[in-house]
Structure formats: C-alpha cells, structure tokens
Design a protein around this ligand. Sequence first.
Ligand code: 5GP
Ligand code: ZN
Length: 112
Amino acid sequence: MDCIFCKIANGEIPSNKVYEDETVLAFHDITPQAPVHVLVIPKQHISSMADITAENSAVVAHISEVIASLAKELGLENGFRVITNSGEDGAQSVKHLHFHVLGGKKLTEKMA
Ligand code: 5GP
Ligand code: ZN
C-alpha cells in the first residue's frame, strides 16, 4: 500500500522520532504549526477515526497514554491540543490515523 505513514512506521522513510514502541510511533511533523508539533500514529494501518471498532480501539487507548507521557517529556505542562482530522470534511490529508499534538505556546481559541 502506498501509505506515507506506513513507510515512516516501517523505516522506509526517515522521521524525527520522539517515541516508539511495538504498536505506536511518535515523530515531529515535517511542517510544524506550533513550537511543538508531534504526530502520534498506530504502526498498524488504520485509515482514520472513522475506522475505529471494538477490535482495534485498544491502540487508541494506548496512544492516549503515550500522549500524556510525551506531553510531560516535551515540556507541555502548561497545556496542549490533540487533533485528529478525519475524512474529507475533516481535511485529513494523510489517510493513516494520526493524532497531532500541538503546544509550546498559547493556541488560538478557534478550532474550525
Ligand atoms: P492531516 O492534514 O492529514 O491531518 O495531517 C498530516 C500531517 O502530516 C501534516 O501536518 C503534514 O505536515 C504531515 N506530514 C506529511 N508528510 C510528512 C512526512 O513525510 N513526514 C512528517 N514528519 N510529517 C509529514
Ligand atoms: Zn498506513
């Protein structure tokens, strides 16, 4: 499958990693939109939040734990934002589930 985040997950495409375990990878976004902008992805290909089911939701719970821990490591004690764009109306450009973790400054109140 021609999926850029699958290629990052399997090492075919390099990334600036901040965390990795058996099922999850976190790396800096190539076009940061905040002083801290990290992407957290399941290594397994899941297209978007619209494809989460009882069978694969455990990795999303795990990603939540990874984000909480990473936020501390990345110095986001003052707060941060997690965004998951899904589908056409959600303006998702990479069709592999990913969570944007944004912080390092006071973010705008506007979300959409
Ligand atoms: P989306 O718009 O799908 O929610 O977000 C995709 C994100 O992936 C964008 O913020 C974009 O900058 C980032 N991105 C796209 N290609 C690459 C890449 O090859 N490496 C990294 N590190 N980030 C990427
Ligand atoms: Zn993929």
